[in-house]
Design a protein around this ligand. Structure first.
Ligand code: COA
Length: 153
């Protein structure tokens, strides 16, 4: 398994992987257009055949704050450390780009705490609430309970 950047030819696979968890509310639905526009913000894990088995991306809110989004590992490749690897890769990318805070909204509490994130609150990130004005109140409440952040300095 290898971690690396995503290419244009990966867009459909990345979107499919992310979206398979959207009905459960574990990821937000993403379109190929979104993935195309954010292609340089993705990191992916590939199997020996080059197929995508994991993905993660960054979504910028300001020059200092960025969200970790679209974290997903194919069910048959879960529990092998790819999730941790992808979070570390997203963090490294965020540090390289000079962001000072990385946050995520996730039900995977133990995973994010194990990766050095602290519990936070969505209300600390009004940019996210504003960007997702279409979110209904229940999704905002989920974010308040399952928001994690890491200061990168
Ligand atoms: C969350 C997710 C990305 C984790 O990916 P992963 O590759 O399974 O994660 P890892 O193998 O790095 O496991 C990290 C920890 O999670 C736990 N874990 C994850 N999947 C597990 C599984 N199938 N069985 C048992 N433990 C599991 C492990 O306890 C592990 O802790 P450890 O290092 O102490 O053993 C993956 O389960 C997934 O895609 N879930 C659906 C989408 C989702 O919820 N995304 C998060 C949105 S922010």
């Amino acid at each position: 398994m290898q971690i690396g950047v995503a290419h244009e030819t990966d867009i459909q696979a990345v979107v499919d992987l992310n979206n398979r968890f959207a009905p459960q509310g574990l990821t937000l639905q993403r379109s190929p257009d979104f993935a195309y526009a954010h292609l340089h913000d993705y990191r992916v894990v590939r199997n020996a055949d080059g197929g995508i088995v994991g993905c993660v991306a960054l979504d910028e809110y300001s020059p200092s704050v960025v969200e970790l989004i679209s974290l997903a590992v194919s069910p048959d490749a879960q529990g092998l450390g790819h999730g941790k690897l992808l979070i570390a890769a997203a963090e490294q990318l965020a540090r390289t780009r000079g962001y000072t805070e990385l946050f995520a909204v996730s039900y995977s509490d133990d995973l994010f705490l194990a990766c050095g994130f602290d519990h936070s609150a969505l209300s600390r990130f009004p940019e996210k609430i504003a960007r997702y004005q279409a979110l209904d109140q229940s999704e905002i409440l989920v974010g308040e309970k399952h928001c994690f952040a890491k200061v990168l300095r």
